[in-house]
Design a protein around this ligand. Structure first.
Ligand code: PLP
Length: 367
């Protein structure tokens, strides 16, 4: 799979992606389409491969963050619609219109600006109207949305195709999300001709009855199998295993200190494995003295601070080790598993940031 010279790499599983897509499909109403959210290089997994595998498994739409990502995706996905999930800068509008990307619009004013750009290009801009139900990031607040939408629907140079919203706490506040979903549904019911989408990963797994009013669900983290909640984690399979190698072994006596800042002092002698990964690869420095890695299927704790290119782990209880041995940072080895969520908790973040932090130096392998 990997080359012996690889110092840090990820292995990405097509079986897991298939499994997650069929889990998503089973959890949403029959005719609901799946929009794969592939922003930020498919949450660090590699957009080209994820996009191709997703279409082979029934994904019909894609979502990205901006025009640059959309242009990259368009090179290998010619047919599927691509929606830009952040506001488009005025300077990006011509490129977005020329390429028929779906543009999220938050106000009448923004729609008018876009309509002027489209008219100059003798094209219609493809538009989804964003409704804000409590995120405060994109869209018109739901109380004012109907008035704006009515005016926007009269603009000739736009093709007003859809309406959508985004939930701020679908993962940790289902009652609030149900309330927000009703606010959104009230706006949608005034415009029955529009294509509706609302659910992100936690919402699409929530079995909310209003799901049936959506044409699409937008699947991000669920696709990648990290599970937005503990319960959903059981339904999904992580796509990604992150590995590295032992580059050096050190037998260290009691009393010595380890790594920058000398934050770890040995109480008894330990066998240390130096592993070729660091914060420059996206292995967070907040994991210093906290996270474990797997060697020979055993948990080995990190000693001292994570450095730019290397970490030091206590492999005293891992059995025989050799230079070049594989080390698992995220994933399974033997009976043990380290999940992205486990590292995220230790680094005071979420799995999304763990994935999107995995750096350029880390080779991606697909299987
Ligand atoms: C990123 C994003 C998603 C995907 O969210 P997940 O929690 O990963 O499913 C969906 N919709 C919008 C608007 C987004 O920005």
């Amino acid at each position: 799979m990997s080359a012996l010279t690889d110092r840090s790499w990820v292995e990405i599983s097509s079986t897991a992606l298939k499994h997650n897509l069929s889990t998503i499909r089973r959890n949403v109403p029959k005719r609901t389409g799946i929009l794969a959210v592939v922003k930020a290089n498919a949450y660090g997994h590699g957009v080209e491969w994820i996009a191709r595998q997703s279409t082979l498994n029934g994904v019909s739409w894609f979502g990205v963050a901006n025009v640059v990502e959309a242009l990259e995706l368009r090179q290998f996905r010619r047919r599927e619609p691509i929606i830009l999930l952040s506001a488009v800068l005025p300077a990006e509008m011509p490129e977005a219109v020329r390429n028929d990307f779906v543009i999220a619009i938050s106000s009448l004013e923004e729609a008018q600006r876009l309509a002027r750009v489209a008219r100059k290009l003798h094209r219609k801009a493809r538009v989804h109207f964003a409704v804000d139900i409590g995120m405060g990031r994109l869209g018109m607040w739901h109380e004012e949305a109907v008035a704006h939408l009515t005016a926007i629907s009269l603009l000739d140079d736009l093709h007003l195709e859809g309406i959508f919203t985004h939930f701020p706490c679908a993962d940790d506040d289902p009652p609030m999300t149900r309330h927000q979903w009703r606010d959104f549904d009230r706006v949608c019911s005034e415009f029955p001709q529009l294509l509706v989408h609302a659910a992100n990963s936690p919402a699409l797994l929530s079995k909310n009855p209003l799901l049936k009013n959506s044409k699409l669900v937008r699947a991000g983290i669920a696709l990648y199998g990290a599970g937005p909640t503990r319960a959903s984690e059981k339904l999904l399979r992580p796509l990604l295993t992150w590995k590295s190698r032992i580059t050096h072994i050190d037998h260290v006596p009691a009393g010595r200190t380890i790594s920058y800042g000398s934050t770890y002092r040995l109480k008894r002698p330990e066998t240390h494995a130096i592993v070729s990964v660091g914060y420059a690869d996206g292995y967070h420095r907040l994991l210093s003295n906290k996270a474990d890695v797997l060697i020979n299927g055993k948990r080995c704790p990190i000693r001292g601070r994570v450095t730019m290119d290397q970490i030091i782990v206590d492999a005293s209880h891992a059995g025989p080790i050799q230079i070049g041995d594989e080390v698992v940072l995220i994933g399974k080895q033997g009976r043990e598993e380290i999940t992205a969520n486990e590292l995220a908790t230790l680094a005071q973040t979420i799995s999304y940031e763990i994935f999107t932090s995995i750096g350029k130096r880390v080779t991606r392998y697909y299987q």
